[in-house]
Design a protein around this ligand. Structure first.
Ligand code: ADP
Length: 306
C-alpha cells in the first residue's frame, strides 16, 4: 500500500514510528506536511497537490493533525476523502473530537460517564454555575487549552469566583467541572485501535499537582483496566467516530468518567510505558480496513460530505 502520513514533522517520534512500522510491513510510507498541501476544491477531479505536483495513487491516509492546525488539516483530510482515499480517522471525527463541548455533549447523549460539567461563556450567574459543578473544589477549564494548560483547580468557592471573573474578563468559553478528588491526580490513557483497547497506561501527576499530563511532569505507569473501563473507552472512541483514539479516563466514585477523546494520540509515552508496538497495530489495522473496503467506492463513510 501507499500510505500518506499527514504530519508537520517527520522527526517526531509518532511519525517516525508509523513510517518504520509501515515499511517493516512492506508498505510505502510518505510523510506529507498538511500545511504545505494545496488543492483545487472546485475541480470535478479532486486532487491534493504537494511540492509542485498532484499526489497520486494514495491508498490510505493516516492523519496526525495538531490541535493548532485543525482547521486546515481537516480540510486536507476531507479532500482526500473526496478523492475516495481511505482515511484512518475521518475529518468530521477529528473536528468533532477537537471541540471539547461538542464531544462532551455527544458522549453524554450516549450515556458515557462524565464528570458533572457546566459550561459557560461569560456568565453573570457565577454562583449557580459553581453549584452546577457540585460546588468547590472544582476544576475550571479553558475550552481551547491543551496539555493541561488552562486547567485550574479552584479549592474554594472564592478562588472559583476569582477565576471565573478572570475568564469572564477575557471573554473565553470555559467548563466548570466536578473535581474528581478520588482519582488522586492519576488518569488512565486507553489507546483504542478499531474496537479494541490495545494499550493502557496510568499517568500520575507529580507531587503537589493534580494534572497528570506527561508534559506537566506526570509519570507513566502500567495499569490493568477493568472491563467497564475498557468498554467505556471503546464506546467513547466509537461515538466520536474515531478508529484510532486516546481516551482519557478518571476513576471516580461513580465509575469511569471520560475526560477527553484525542484523535492524534502520541505514541512515545504509551509505547515506552508498555513496550508494545502500537505503531504496528495501527498500520495492520489500516491494512485490514483497506482490504475490507478496497474495492468499494465507499472507502469513507462521509466521502468529504461532512
Ligand atoms: P488537556 O486537554 O489540556 O490535557 P484535561 O481536561 O485533560 O486537559 O485536564 C488535564 C489533567 O487535569 C487531566 O489529565 C487530569 O489529570 C486533570 N483533571 C482534569 N479534569 C479533572 C477533574 N474534573 N477532576 C480531577 N482531575 C482532573
Amino acid at each position: 500500500m501507499k500510505i500518506v502520513i499527514l504530519s508537520r514533522n517527520r522527526s517526531l517520534y509518532s511519525t517516525r514510528r508509523l513510517v518504520e512500522a509501515a515499511e517493516a510491513l512492506g508498505h510505502e510510507a510518505l510523510v506529507i506536511d498538511h500545511l504545505r498541501c494545496y488543492m483545487n476544491i472546485a475541480s470535478h477531479n479532486p486532487q491534493v497537490h504537494y511540492k509542485g505536483k498532484a499526489l497520486e495513487q494514495v491508498d490510505a491516509v493516516i492523519p496526525r493533525i495538531g490541535a493548532s492546525v485543525t482547521f486546515y488539516g481537516t480540510a486536507v483530510v476531507r479532500q482526500f476523502e473526496m478523492m475516495g482515499v481511505l482515511t484512518l480517522n475521518e475529518s468530521v471525527a477529528i473536528s468533532r473530537s477537537r471541540d471539547k463541548l461538542r464531544s462532551l455533549q455527544l458522549l453524554a447523549r450516549k450515556g458515557i460517564g462524565l464528570p458533572v460539567t457546566g459550561f459557560a461563556h461569560s456568565p453573570d450567574d457565577t454562583e449557580d454555575l459553581i453549584n452546577l459543578a457540585s460546588g468547590a473544589p472544582l476544576v475550571l477549564k479553558l475550552l481551547e487549552g491543551t496539555q493541561g494548560r488552562g486547567v485550574v483547580l479552584a479549592e474554594t468557592r472564592q478562588a472559583a469566583e476569582s477565576v471565573i471573573d478572570a475568564f469572564r474578563g477575557l471573554k473565553v468559553h470555559f467548563l466548570a467541572q466536578e473535581f474528581i478528588k478520588e482519582a488522586q491526580g492519576a488518569d488512565i490513557r486507553c489507546f483504542v485501535v478499531g474496537d479494541k483497547v490495545v494499550a493502557t497506561m496510568m499517568r500520575r501527576a507529580k507531587e503537589g499537582e493534580f494534572r497528570s499530563n506527561l508534559h506537566r511532569g506526570g509519570r507513566a505507569e502500567l495499569v490493568k483496566i477493568t472491563p467497564e473501563e475498557r468498554s467505556t473507552a471503546v464506546r467513547a472512541a466509537n461515538i466520536m467516530g474515531l478508529n484510532v483514539a486516546g481516551v482519557d479516563i478518571l476513576r471516580s466514585h461513580h465509575g469511569p468518567v471520560v475526560m477527553e477523546v484525542n484523535s492524534s494520540p502520541g505514541l512515545e509515552g504509551i509505547e515506552t510505558a508498555t513496550g508494545k508496538d502500537v505503531a504496528k497495530l495501527i498500520i495492520e489495522f489500516t491494512q485490514k480496513m483497506f482490504e475490507e473496503k478496497g474495492a468499494s467506492p465507499k472507502k469513507n463513510q462521509t466521502r468529504g460530505k461532512g
